[in-house]
Ligand binder design. Structure first.
Ligand code: IMP
Length: 440
């Protein structure tokens, strides 16, 4: 039995979809535990693209149990669309999806407020650059103990009372933000739509925490699939430019309701470079042509919003922070192939702030904005061999690049992805076999 958490080690979009898909071969149960439809995983099944926002990336392996934990915020309409899309492809057909009854529900007013705040922020120059999926407002309601949970969808009167009470409080805010206050008929249509969605989702809901606990007790392999990345963590990320949930490994325990002693391994995922969507400090960002080139080579456009991602060099101070925050024992390196055609590749090994060298980002976001990255440069290594299965198959400079990251992050790679296909992967060790991790 092994229980493994996989988390993004940067600002999200590290290529978790492919890695989780590969690890799911070994897992019986795959659990998403935080965030909501702000995430986007692009999967290719039989040549056809499937983008999931809520359903775990493990969905492509029929027969696995896919769980959405109680710490998530679920947009019922998005979930129904994904479910229909998956079932049309013969996936999730046999009751393989379980949504926690304690998960909170995203309703149209959460998205309305998210969008209004972003519009207002854009005029004042302080927008977060959220996905506008209602994530922040739904978690605010949860923390304020007035949220609507999945279990509330089945009780029409309770649902109506909750939504109306929320709207009474939110009307002044909507006015303040310059929005149009929804009328009673519109609010009633939201309530009805949520109730109908609840009826359709009812066969897929239950006690997610106990389901996962049972899987662990029965000795099954359980994979926790993180969303976003460690540097977007509400408590430890580059606040306020973060998401509203716990994205570090501890979030898996908190949100799925599993004790930390149950976890056997934590794997971080990092791209061979860095990207960020939305606002916030990004010391290694490449502007102009250099950034554009990396964006196009890596296809760095958001799978949820389509926004162009900000691109830059791999940032080891930020990666070290992710490693520390999540206690990562190994890393998966993705998109090494994207750097193949560049004449030169750089890695930021430390920051310089006011004449001091720092190996992790400073606490104050203003200091991160001022941080000067210190780079180590590598000559470009050109196209990777068609078959790249071992580290020794890599061109010498690419190998040196990989070894530098391992040495300077203090963590070994368990997997290196050299292309989107499953076959384009160097597998070094299996996180479900922790005892074998130290063999390289
Ligand atoms: P929210 O989660 O929609 O509230 O957005 C807050 C911040 O997190 C914004 O900068 C988003 O771009 C970022 N974010 C949220 N989800 C993802 C993701 O899945 N990948 C990358 N960035 C994300």
């Amino acid at each position: 039995m092994s229980v493994v958490i996989v988390v993004g080690a940067q600002w999200g979009d590290e290529g978790k979809g492919k890695v989780v898909d590969l690890f799911t071969e070994r897992a019986d149960t795959v659990v998403r535990y935080g965030g909501g439809a702000n995430a986007g995983h692009t999967l290719v099944i039989d040549g056809k693209k499937l983008v999931t926002h809520l359903v775990p990336s493990g969905v492509c392996h029929p027969g696995k149990s896919c769980v959405l934990g109680d710490g998530m915020v679920i947009d019922p309409q998005t979930l129904l669309e994904e479910l229909a899309d998956c079932q049309a492809r013969g996936l999730l057909a046999r009751g393989e999806l379980l949504v926690g009854l304690g998960a909170h529900v995203i309703l149209p007013y959460h998205k309305l407020i998210d969008g209004l705040r972003e519009d207002r922020g854009a005029t004042k120059g302080n927008a977060i650059g959220t996905t506008r999926r209602g994530i922040g407002p739904a978690y605010e309601a949860k923390a304020g103990r007035r949220g609507v949970r999945m279990r509330d969808l089945y009780k029409r009167d309770r649902l109506r009372d909750l939504v109306r009470a929320n709207m009474d409080e939110l009307v002044p805010l909507i006015v303040h933000l310059g929005g149009t206050v929804p009328g009673t008929a519109e609010i009633d249509s939201w309530i009805e739509a949520a109730y109908v969605a609840g009826q359709k989702l009812a066969p897929h809901t239950g006690d997610a925490g106990r389901h996962v606990a049972r899987a662990i007790a029965e000795g099954r392999h359980v994979l926790f699939e993180g969303a976003q990345g460690c540097l977007l963590d509400l408590d430890h990320g580059t606040y306020p430019y973060v998401t509203s949930s716990s994205t570090i490994a501890a979030g898996a325990c908190q949100s799925a309701g599993v004790g930390p002693t149950q976890i056997d391994a934590v794997v971080g995922i990092t791209k061979a470079y860095a990207t960020r969507v939305g606002a916030g400090p990004f010391p290694t960002e490449l502007h102009g042509e250099a950034g554009d080139k990396l964006r196009v080579a890596g296809g760095e456009f958001g799978s949820t919003t389509g926004r162009p991602r900000r691109c830059g060099w791999l940032d080891l101070p930020a990666l070290r922070m992710g490693v520390r925050l999540s206690g990562m024992q190994s890393l998966a390196l993705t998109k090494l192939d994207v750097l193949a055609d560049l004449p030169e590749v750089a890695v930021c090994t430390a920051y310089e702030v006011d004449g001091r060298e720092l190996d992790e980002p400073p606490i104050d976001p203003d200091d991160i904005e001022r941080a000067k990255p210190i780079f180590t440069k590598f000559p470009g290594w050109g196209p990777l061999p068609t078959v790249t299965r071992e580290i020794s198959d890599l061109p010498p400079t690419a190998k040196a690049f990989v070894e530098t990251i391992e040495r300077m992050s203090g963590v070994q790679f368990c997997l290196i992805s050299v292309g989107p296909d499953r076959m384009q992967t160097i597998r070094l060790h299996d996180p479900f076999e922790p005892s074998r991790q130290a063999t390289r």
